[in-house]
Design a binder for this molecule. Structure first.
Ligand code: B12
Ligand SMILES: Nc1nc2c(ncn2[C@@H]2O[C@H](COP(=O)(O)OP(=O)(O)OP(=O)(O)O)[C@@H](O)[C@H]2O)c(=O)[nH]1
Ligand SMILES: [Mg+2]
Length: 387
């Protein structure tokens, strides 16, 4: 089965009109497209960087606050400059983009502009007609990020033919260079927000350092997906951060059939850290293989997990190196902390007898959405100090 079409969508800088693009995203997804949504108020550089890293077939821009002729043209120009002009540009903006504007924009290299009154169906048809064909002849990559992005696409395309993940631990362990940290936990617990805050600390502490993020969202075989983690990221919109969003494409357990090979490639691509975020997971999930490529695992919990009984059922509470109670600004957080602490206490004798890296599990409370949270500082320190 061919890979789904991947496109990036965004709203320009100084523009908060995101309701149109949210509707359009959903329609694309319903018709088999994987949409990486970058969010609103995004600069040309942020959009182009994301499009290259995600190696999308096209960028869809929704613009309402004016300046569209220049903004779209700047995106096209920067893609060209970066040797990525096989990534196409299209978009709309209701009545704010006139027909004359659209003609000028097409002349500057924009594929298509959609006006007020166009049906969603017409846009979906356009995307399938124009961008479904796989790109066989790619331009020679002009940067390491671009080369990496092309390779990740090849891996994902190859995996689209086979359903099950491959496990070749030996190859990975031999080639491991970066420190790989796995983040997992229930949907909406704050994994992405937390990763973004950790990235901020990393970039500050390491002026030359680079970091990669491999982020997952769910999808069913042959269907579309909303890959929305980038929209939550602020600090990770940086040239020293390489981020790739992946849909699970029908694989259960929080990762995709291509994750293993993509992670292996990232881990030997000279990043200081590679961070992997799973899909929001359930009680039974054990997304990271024991002794696999992921060096440390972080389970991010929401204080609202239910009662103590639920804690007994969450397998990752036995396995995670670090457990985070995020959203500790919420009322139930203190109770959650003590219940989880007791739950981890039960693991101690078993972990000691198994070796378990010779270490006990660590429990940290964070408020990821708060800037300069001391809990996030502590988590960063714990992660930095782990080998
Ligand atoms: C809803 C709306 C708002 C909402 C936004 C909610 C949100 N989160 O998006 C609110 C009330 C918050 C708002 C605020 C403002 N707004 Co307003 N807003 C509108 C409004 C009424 C509708 C826009 C819309 O979402 N349409 C629905 C979409 C689905 O339909 P459409 O626009 O026809 O688009 C079609 C195609 O173009 C295509 N399309 C659109 N984008 C894309 C992208 C892709 C990839 C594709 C394929 C297709 C496509 O899809 C549609 C299919 O038919 C327009 C007026 C209007 N009638 O257009 C003003 C309008 C855009 N807003 C305007 C202004 C000035 C503002 C404010 C500055 C007002 C103020 N003084 O506070 C603020 C700025 C907010 C900000 N941070 O940027 C002006 C812009 C003027 C300009 N550019 O010269 C407009 C035109 C109103 C006006 N006539 O003055 N706004
Ligand atoms: N109150 C509170 N809200 C938070 C905190 N951290 C994150 N959030 C909010 O929780 C919501 C989900 O955050 P994400 O970071 O997207 O969560 P996630 O675990 O990555 O979600 P999925 O990838 O969908 O599983 C967002 O609205 C965040 O703003 C926090 O510490 N406190
Ligand atoms: Mg997330």
């Amino acid at each position: 089965m061919p890979s789904p079409i991947r496109i990036l969508t965004a709203v320009p800088i100084c523009d908060g009109h995101d309701s149109a693009i949210n509707t359009i995203n959903l329609e694309f997804i319903r018709h088999g497209v994987e949409v990486i949504y970058l969010g609103y108020h995004r600069s040309v550089a942020d959009i182009v960087r994301a499009a290259i890293q995600e190696d999308v077939r096209a960028i869809g821009i929704s613009s309402y606050n004016g300046g569209h002729i220049e903004f779209f043209a700047d995106v096209v120009d920067l893609l060209r400059k970066k040797g990525a002009d096989d990534i196409k540009v299209f978009g709309g903006g209701g009545g704010t983009i006139t027909h004359d504007d659209a003609t000028a924009m097409r002349r500057k290299g924009v594929d298509e502009i959609f006006f007020a009154g166009t049906s969603l169906d017409d846009m979906v048809k356009f995307v399938h007609r124009r961008y479904a064909k796989p790109r066989t002849k790619r331009p020679r990559p002009k940067s390491l990020d671009q080369e990496l992005a092309h390779k990740l696409t090849q891996i994902e395309d190859a995996a689209a033919g086979r359903r099950k993940a491959r496990h070749s631990k030996f190859e990975i362990r031999n080639s491991r260079k970066s420190r790989v940290i796995g983040f997992t936990g229930p949907g909406g617990a704050g994994k992405t927000t937390l990763i973004d805050e950790l990235v901020l600390r990393f970039l500050k502490q390491n002026p030359e350092g680079r970091i990669a993020i491999l982020s997952h969202d769910p999808s069913v075989v042959g269907k579309g997906a909303l890959l929305g983690d980038r929209a939550t990221m602020i600090n990770s919109q940086d040239d020293r951060v390489f981020m790739r969003s992946m849909a699970t494409r029908g694989q259960a357990g929080g990762l995709s059939p291509a994750t293993h090979d993509c992670l292996a490639l990232l881990a030997r691509s000279n990043f200081d850290y590679v961070i992997i975020e799973t899909v929001g997971t359930g009680q039974e999930a054990m997304p990271f293989q024991k002794n696999g490529i992921v060096g440390s695992t972080v389970l991010v919990m929401n204080p609202d997990y239910g009662s103590r009984l639920q804690l007994q059922k969450i397998v990752m509470l036995d396995l995670a190196d670090i457990v985070v109670v995020n959203k500790s600004d919420l009322q139930r957080a203190r109770t959650a902390h003590s219940e989880i602490e007791q739950r981890l206490e039960q693991n101690r004798p078993a972990r000691r007898s198994l070796g378990a890296g010779g270490r006990d599990q660590q429990l940290v409370d964070t408020v990821a959405k708060r800037h300069r949270d001391s809990g996030v500082d502590r988590l960063f320190e714990l992660i930095s100090n782990r080998q």
